[in-house]
Ligand binder design. Structure first.
Ligand SMILES: C[S@@+](CC[C@H](N)C(=O)[O-])C[C@H]1O[C@@H](n2cnc3c(N)ncnc32)[C@H](O)[C@@H]1O
Length: 229
């Protein structure tokens, strides 16, 4: 995938639940589902990932997101951190940052409009440096490909939000899941909207325990994977 973001290939579109997402018109892919960006983000990453992990947990959370994109997953996560008083260290990977002329026009869904200042400050934050949003949420945006990323942090939760495997096959391989498995703590969770058979098989070959669970609107199933204890 080449970086075309600087050109005019990124457009804001409205999805079926009324929330916006970004369309990469060159790739023909959206950053979240056309059936509802907010609904998908909440279902796949917050409910099946973060809230699943928080049940009974007592310690801080190290979270890795593959693909910062519009920042919607990050913003929702920051709101949960503040509500629940769990400290979340959020590391987001992004090879092709969304330019200010796009993110500054992104209209937040009604329930997040009070978070507009947080949203803008997360986007405006420097790349490759820690940015403390508040006592509960610290963000590091890494401008790097997942393929080249390495870290001393061991993660408790991974939001695997790459573009679909047909568009980015190099990111859904066993080698990538081997690498993520090694970066995750025992008991850690990886969630993704995708449920393709070969993706599940690549995760299983990497050592994950893989569950198919009900997906968001427009997707019958999605994957929740665990690194076993
Ligand atoms: C499906 S979108 C992610 C949506 C995002 N999570 C959000 O909340 O809007 C996929 C993202 O991955 C980024 N990306 C593509 N290839 C990448 C790579 N090799 N490493 C890191 N990020 C990549 C894209 O630029 C895009 O922002």
């Amino acid at each position: 995938m080449e970086n075309q973001n600087a050109n005019t290939v990124l457009q804001l579109i409205t999805t079926e639940d009324g929330s916006q997402t970004i369309l990469n018109s060159e790739l023909g892919s959206t950053y979240h589902s056309r059936h509802g960006a907010l609904t998908e983000s909440k279902h796949v990453f917050i409910e099946k990932g973060l809230q699943n992990l928080l049940d009974g947990r007592t310690t801080d959370i190290n979270l890795l997101e593959m693909g910062f994109g519009s920042g919607l997953n990050a913003l929702l996560t920051a709101t949960i951190a503040e509500q629940t008083k769990y400290r979340i260290n959020y590391h987001a990977l992004e090879l092709f940052p969304v330019p200010p002329e796009v993110w500054s026009k992104y209209l937040l869904p009604e329930e997040l409009v009070s978070c507009v200042a947080s949203f803008q400050s997360m986007h405006a934050a420097k790349w490759n440096a820690p940015f403390k949003l508040n006592n509960w949420f610290e963000l590091v945006k890494h401008q790097v490909s997942l393929i080249d990323f390495s870290s001393d942090t061991q993660f408790d939760l991974v939001y695997f939000d790459a573009f679909e495997p047909e568009k980015q096959p190099e990111l859904w391989t066993q080698a990538v899941f081997d690498k993520l498995f090694e970066m995750m703590n025992p008991g850690a969770i990886l969630t993704t909207y995708c449920c393709k058979g070969y993706v599940r098989r690549n995760m299983i070959a990497a050592g994950f325990v893989v569950q198919k669970v009900a997906g968001p609107p427009g997707k019958r199933e999605m994957i929740v994977a665990h690194r076993p204890l």
